[in-house]
Ligand binder design. Sequence first.
Ligand code: G4P
Length: 536
Amino acid sequence: MQPFFTEVSRPLGLQEEIAKRKTFGIVSHPDAGKTTLTEKLLLFGGAIQIAGAVKSNKIKKHATSDFMEIEKQRGISVATSVMAFEYRDYKVNILDTPGHKDFAEDTYRTLTAVDSAIVVIDVAKGVEEQTEKLVEVCRMRNTPMIVFINKLDREGKDGFDLLDEIEEKLKLKVCPLSWPVGMGQDFQGVFNIYSDELKLFRAHSKQDEEDTFLLKDLASEELTQQVGDRAAASLREDVEMVQEVYPAFDREAYLAGQQSPVFFGSAINNFGVKELLDCFVDIAPNPLPRTTEQREIEPGEKKFTGFVFKIHANMDPKHRDRLAFLRVCSGIFERNTNYYHVRQDKKMKFSNPTAFMASRKEVIEAAYPGDIVGLYDSGNFKIGDGLTEGETLHFQGIPSFSPELFRYVVNRDPMKSKQLNKGIDQLMDEGVAQLFTKEDNARKIIGTVGQLQFEVIKYRLKGEYGASCDFEALQMYKACWIEGDDKDISEFVRLRKRNVARDKEGRFVYMAESAWMLKTVQDNHPELKFHFTSEF
Ligand code: G4P
């Protein structure tokens, strides 16, 4: 009998693992097609095989986490989840972000854990409000962005008009890497400027090779044969114009967040998605360094470091378990290994760290920079916490943003004050909303991005902590973090106690009742600066 040999593949080194990884997020206004695009990308990676389910969009309900009861009830993706898949030689981590605007803060934080982003825009609607906000957050951190203009199978705005709108509203310098041939009823395909290929549109395409033509020269007869005289002439004209008006693709500029490649396609028809993915894995950055108060961390450093950017609560209502999402920043995270929890100054080890492969979770032995690990947590973590091999590092770049809505918390059941306080405390640690405590009377104010969060808080306080609360209306414009000399801040606090509160970290915040009040205070206190984010 022949001896049986199994080929043991050589484990990759840290640098090779880093070079394989691309960690990104998809941002869009709701309904632009983020979920659909995510599903198609997962299909390419073989992470899901249920094509039928994708078509009927059923997997949408599973592809994103729906740990929270409320999410099921409302059908809104409250949660953020992570999906990993392999494509070509790469390991791609998609960090899904809730599109609903009331959960924007969640999305902002998730964007601190990505290295690049894909921005999805609906060709008919153009740049929408939520896209503007999210792109602004990406721009704050110079996150490289690729734009995908979706739904070309429908009538929409003219390509050049859209690019103008993107440049103007999103303040992105664009560089089209593909261009559509027609649109809506007349949509015939896209010409890939990046690879000189013409791809003809077939509804629900399976990416058949025959549909793609290499067209080194747009003047060639073949173009006319494929799409007809008029469309060929118009494409030639458009591409000439693109090449005249827009700069050539410059990877350095893209990586610096100064240039955004643009692709056109139709996610639901799986059209233009492969081109996007191929280009993405070619150009998107590998895991990037992260900044801490102490120093910059390079992914290739031997020692492990990572930070928590999201906490997911109550997957099982019977256990008050939480799942902390940790982004690995450097070194190798290993199961059952002692790590240092910097804020709590204690060692912790994790026996069941999980990775996320599409809708399934699995226990992992090791994770590398760029990877997201789920850590079961019984209340040890807060957003922004760092884990290291012993070094004291405080991660930066996970700011709080000023909420939009503010309400006083009113306890409805005095017998349950303790539960209420504990519940609020823990929900704030998870980043569900922000808590401010007024300096003059110690009343608690909860600030959120949207109305829905107040309902989530109420629902969860009742369900998980047995506490009842109400919210009392409060006229408030913005919470402004104060920057200045300690002496000047103390004097300001003394003078304006009624409008000053402390955030959860004990930092002073000026609670501006109106834009006009803020302006007045700014004029009267030139020695101080007022910021809408906690990091400045
Ligand atoms: P989101 O995650 O950004 O909120 O968007 P989602 O993918 O859920 O897509 C929103 C709607 O747009 C869905 O239709 C989806 O089928 C549709 N859609 C996505 N990509 C395309 C495209 O390329 N062309 C066209 N014509 N439609 C697209 P729905 O009717 O709201 O939901 P469903 O009934 O299809 O699930």
